[in-house]
Design a protein around this ligand. Structure first.
Ligand code: ADP
Ligand code: MG
Length: 367
């Protein structure tokens, strides 16, 4: 069967000191990365952060300036792409227009001289897997964008590569189809157990799909971890800002301890559990995720909670959830996200409001 299994102890990808320079510009700084077999790893980052560069080096589309790439225990650093046993799917479906769907998917097997009966069996099998058995006889232009992209994926999994690389494969699709395809790719990944390296600049897509996310910034790894770790334990302001909605308030440590006391720009004090050593006087940003901040009618803070006064700027209701934008007295804006309460009377913009958040729910980030 197609299943590659994922119990192997050898990592599927092992990268050490890998870097890429262009004349006097470094597109990828020395990078270390180990991807266990069967993992779905996403390279996430803004445009120009080096995602495609790293993927192309792994695929063998460009030679590295330094470093080593080992795939499934084999040093492939100096091997051409076709000797690496890697499948690739790009944003623009690169199907051959004059061939039928069946012929497109069969093509990589023909190159590998697989016998005809075997080709028929395997193409039929992957067409079932992507749930498009009825389009085998059509030409690519007779298919929707989403269908064409599924065929590109089928053509790539049909020869059972050890590793599949996808570079923004859903970038050309509309939002609804993207979400369907995210589920589809996840399903194919878990059914086949193939290792996936997936590139996107869309943080929501990365959070939806990945076992782990490698967040990239300026040609370097900013943070590598599970979606939960990146969302709940960002290590830098860049990570906090790039993943999820966030409020980042300027703050300085004024009293050490558990929790420590921080001073916000206007002199307002709050307590926060510090996750890294930060002596008195350290300046940084206090991260508040919108869902940990609450609007409150209280006049005194409860134990374990911080409290701040502000003014409601505006409210955005997106169906079941509402976002309130609140300007604190220190002129910073805090976002409060709640489930929409249809019974509640809408607070008018300009109204003074109080917000609270747990001392343990904020993170102080020094860089
Ligand atoms: N062939 C090239 N020559 C010079 N610079 C390049 C080349 N390819 C990519 N770059 C630069 O390397 C950086 C990283 O590019 P890339 O890996 O494509 O980013 P991403 O995929 O994250 O958007 C960018 O600043 C880009 O302009
Ligand atoms: Mg790119």
């Amino acid at each position: 069967m197609l299943n590659k299994g994922s119990s192997s102890l050898i990592p599927m990808v092992q990268i050490s000191g890998l870097a890429k320079d262009y004349s006097n510009f470094t597109a990828l700084k020395e990078t270390e990365l180990t991807v266990p077999a069967g993992e779905f790893l996403t390279l996430l980052g803004p445009s120009g952060s080096g995602k495609t560069t790293l993927l192309n080096l792994i695929a063998g589309m460009a030679p590295p300036s330094r470093g080593k790439i080992v795939i499934n225990g084999r040093d492939v650093t100096n091997l051409p792409p076709e000797k690496r046993d890697i499948g690739m799917v790009f944003q623009n479906y690169t199907l051959m227009p004059h061939m039928t769907v069946f012929e497109n998917i069969a093509f990589p097997l023909q190159i590998r001289k697989v016998p005809r009966a075997e080709i028929k069996r395997r193409v039929t099998e992957v067409l079932e897997l992507i749930r498009l058995p009825h389009v085998a006889g059509r030409k690519p232009k007779e298919l929707s964008g989403g269908q064409q992209q599924r065929i590109s994926i089928a053509r790539c999994i049909v020869y059972k590569p050890d590793l599949i690389l996808m570079d923004e494969p859903l970038g050309a699709l509309d939002k609804k189809l993207r979400e369907q395809m995210q589920l589809e790719i996840r399903r194919i990944h878990s059914e086949l157990g193939i290792t996936m390296l997936y590139v996107t600049h869309d943080q929501e897509e990365a959070l939806n799909m990945s076992d782990r996310i490698m967040l990239m910034n300026g040609g370097a790894v900013e943070q590598l971890g599970t979606p939960n770790e990146l969302y709940f334990q960002p290590r830098t302001q860049f990570s906090a800002d790039f993943i999820g909605a966030s409020t980042l308030l300027d703050a300085t440590v004024v009293e050490a301890g558990e929790p420590a006391v921080l001073k916000l720009k206007d002199g307002h004090r709050c307590r926060a559990t510090l996750h890294e050593a930060a002596p008195v006087g350290t300046a940084g940003k206090l991260l508040l995720r919108p869902e940990v901040v609450r609007l409150s009618k209280q006049t005194a803070a409860e134990p374990g909670y911080n409290m701040a006064q502000g003014r409601l700027e505006s409210t955005l209701v997106t169906g079941g959830t509402s976002k309130h934008f609140i300007t604190l007295d220190n002129s910073a804006t805090v976002i409060v996200q709640e489930l929409t309460n249809q019974e509640a009377e809408r607070i008018q913009p300009g109204t003074p409001v109080t917000v609270t958040w747990p001392e343990t729910a904020a993170r102080f980030l020094t860089k």
